[in-house]
Design a protein around this ligand. Sequence first.
Ligand code: ADP
Ligand code: MG
Length: 691
Amino acid sequence: MSLSRFCKKPALSALESDFNIRSIQDLIYCFPFRYEKRESPEDWKTLNQYIGQTIGISGKVLDAKLEGHPRRQRLRVRLSQSGVFLDLVYFKHAQWMIKKFALGQSIAIMGKLQAHKGKLTIAHPEIVTNASLKKDTGLVAVYPSSERLKKSGLDSNGMGKLIGQVLKEADAQEFKEYLPNYLMQHFGPKSRLEALQSIHKPASFEEAHLALQYFKFEEIFWFKLQQEIAKRQVGKKSSDVIFSSIGENINTFYQKILPFSLTEAQKRVIKTIREDTASGRQMNRLLQGDVGSGKTIVAFFAALLAVDNGYQVCLMAPTEILSQQHFEGLQPFCRKLGLRCALLTGSTPASERKTLLLGTTSGQIDLLIGTHALLEDRVQFESLGLAIIDEQHRFGVAQRAKLWAKNTQPPHILVMTATPIPRTLAMTLYGDLDVSVIDELPPGRHPINTTWEKDSSRLKVFGFIKDQVDQGHQVYVVYPLIEESQKLDLKDLQDGYESLERYFPNPQYQLGIVHGRMPPKDKDFEMKRFASNESQILVATTVIEVGVNVPNATVMIIENAERFGLSQLHQLRGRIGRGSAKSYCILLTSNEISEVAQRRMQIMTASQDGFRIAQEDLLIRGPGDIAGTKQSGLLDFKAIDLANDTNIVHSAAEWVKAILDKDSMLEKKENLVLRSHLYELKPKWSWSEIS
Ligand code: ADP
Ligand code: MG
């Protein structure tokens, strides 16, 4: 049945152009974005209780007059009842509207009641009939609209009416069930039609809420069903790279070398990796864990598993400093185990590089750590079984594919990221990856005291730095460096450095400076000076964002904090709070910053949970912007809110798995309804592959 049966041409094209609504299905899935409780107070003495609400009311016209400048006239109408006054104000069409209010007559209106300068006021109320005053009060759906739609009669009310009519008169076919009976039983509404009625014309908030839960489920269910079917196709691809046994290295490391006990979350992820790599299928796993959650050691366990099964491993990090740190952290473990570990970066001297490459080709090197340099063609392995990528958001899918090609059989891939993406979003974004989460920090971490200070308190902040440095601690001072305004930013950094130098004079204090424009050698030199506590204050750009580990640093000052995004702020803050002393993060901003920036500062001072922060980020910016992943098409969900509806996503995913486990082809009688709707969804994978 076509939508044209229900509305005229201009409305049709407005619906299509402004809301992408082309069919009856599109229209009935255009949900209200909120509901208004419309009361119809009889006793005007109680009107004060309804301020801020939309009410329907009738009263006698006491006065109606035009006010203000002739060219911007407004109409003020005063209604009264039982000695209470209510002012109606019209800013538009005043001359025309005034005709509708005859003095002494009773009139029914509907609108939002406000208190304006102590007077009860309604701006631009709608004039209604006495009958609809009764009928249209209660819960009323508010729909999105546009100028164009309004012109064709489809303001919020018009939309409501249109949808109501469609729900009543369209063919039953339009409301056929999408979900099987056994699933429907879990929801309040008994059928899809009932759910549609409840969402568009609910009798209570509760009813609307239940219907919305159903639609959220339905929406993510279809997404997950398609994704899971696609994934099972890929998952059928077998791999000869099988880590079947737990060997000596892993046992020795676990029993004799590991300097702490693993957190439950770490154990869980290691177990999953074991299962993945023993399964005979290629692992593609994303490991998410907040800054400092201990991903490296999990990666190392995975590496040992590979080595114990006769394979080599590479670990790739986005920066020189990071790969160096990984190398320095893991090399001692390898040495104790008698394994060969090597570091390859852009600055590895040619002679060294040569022996190193020979070592990987011949299979003598067990673990090769490095930067992008690992991707070069001349880096060949004898048998690469596992490729680990740290801080994934800096590497793209293309780079992952390059690693795949480094073995006749693609190696298992473990991608680690500290970009805290809400789990559900990660699952959506990385549909091709399985996702594991370390949701627990190692014991003994102290919360970081985070405060937000304005420029005007700079001296106080300097005093605080001095205090901490005098106690033997170290301090980061970070400046933004944005590509477009590089010159200015570098000048900021330089100026900042100089004013700190005046306050913290040499030789009593040692300062360092690091930024991305410096030659790597100088950068390294400064980083090392700071790491070994030769310098106490490090002025830097975000080059220190990722991975750097100096436990003695207890203070992080972030200059121009308003210019950073939430996840970047969180990453930066993760550089401190790594030792036993109390740590402080101070967000310094200009005295005047935007509302959104203020909100970011508030979130940062209130929370230290990377996932929560990421969710807030998602709420502020929308999913399209997360971690620079502009995949809005993929994330075009209507009902479900990926940031907050994690339970529903989870439950839908479980259902999908359970259903496909039992009936992978959706052939059972009770599942035919699923199969038929899948056809209608025009799936992205080829159906022929599964049928
Ligand atoms: P990230 O997940 O940010 O990469 P790291 O792997 O660098 O975190 O770990 C941060 C620090 O925590 C390291 O010094 C590491 O040795 C330590 N660590 C990791 N796991 C544990 C644990 N289970 N107990 C105590 N300390 C741990
Ligand atoms: Mg790390």
